[in-house]
Design a protein around this ligand. Sequence first.
Ligand code: CMC
Length: 422
Amino acid sequence: MTESITITDNRSGESVEIPISGGAVDGAQWRELLGPVWFRDPALGNTAATDSAITELDGEAGILRYRGYPIEQLAEKSTYLEVAYLLINGELPTQDQYDTWVHEITHHTYIHESFRSGIFDAFHYDAHPMGMLISTVAGLSTFYPEAKEIDDPEVRHEQVVRLIAKLPTLAAAAFRHSQGLPFVFPDNDLDYSTNFLSMMFKMAEDDYATDPALQRALDILFILHADHEQNCSTTTARIVGSSHADPYSTVAAACAGLYGPRHGGANEAVLKMLADIGSYDQVDAFIDSVKTGDGRLMGFGHRVYKNHDPRATIIKAAAHDVFEVTGQNPLLDIALKLEEAALADSYFIDRKLYPNVDFYSGLIYQSMGFPTEVFTVLFAIARTSGWLAHWSEMLEQNSRIARPRQVYTGPEARDYATIDTR
Ligand code: CMC
């Protein structure tokens, strides 16, 4: 059977046969025949904007793989920094490569003192940490002007290291500022996740220590959030990066894409929703209100997963390990009842709405002591490696600047009328 599609332009009777390659057809060939007739595809739900070798996602089968490795194996056996290396370089590191990578990341965690004091102090005491993170990531570009040399692989590598290393430092600084707490300097003797926890929560103790189960849970959450192919924030990174903006501006734009409640802000929204529901016996009424169009069940549904989100399954298991250390989160009962009620309800079944990665992650974060305003920041730390992997891939593909078309629906040409005649 020929793997191709033939389209006919009924205006001219002309046809074109376009091969199907890798599950896609080449838009440029359609254009040859159709001229200025564009595909109306708002939200790009039917458009493969790129070829990519980073993350494979099969939403029907509930499969997620980074560079071919199943997410379940990475969550069980790997570390976040190893996964970051894999995403960016395409292969798991050897021991020597891993040691060098960890050393590099560990030794780029500091931010310039004037940046820390000058910029963070300018924010209001109750500034949202994501707003501070977006601004300060963009601000880093002013400290590393050489980052504009995006064609130089060594310069690119250095910025990748800096961004992965400094994101937790900026995130923790934003949190400490919002709490009126003094900044905690990075501790190069700690692993990536523990160092972040130390910068967040260390008080007067000499050496920060955390329960290994909590450190591991955070590392797993970082692994699960590290990449998810062409989602909103990653697409933002690719689009902004396609203009050849520096990587700090690119990652800041991606952070902004992540901030919204439909994307990375959903974990914060889930906790607010659970708190608003308030008690177990209000769950049914809440489900009814969602079905009548009064808001959404946050943490449910996904553009691509129409069966189950494999990350949600792993997170649910990790939640139990965390609760063994921290005690059960009082909102867990509401979440479990909500999940059970939604999964049995035809509204959610018919629309293929299942718990996504954010349904349980917020409960874990809250039990570990993170305030809700920091949840999206945690997502941003993890996703930075994914954004940078896509940014590097896009540059290596020599991609053109992103520039979609539109279908103009405004007024026809008309003459300007002076204000006294309107
Ligand atoms: N609660 C209630 N109804 C929903 C929900 C929900 N969470 N999600 C989708 N629907 C309904 C929607 O109203 C629509 O119904 P109808 O056909 O009657 O109009 C139908 O399901 C299809 O929805 P859609 O808006 O076309 O779906 P989408 O693919 O555009 O949206 C989504 C995907 C994730 C934005 C959406 O499911 C949603 O808003 N979920 C809640 C927010 C959330 O949890 N986001 C985190 C996503 S996973 C983490 C990440 O990658 O950022």
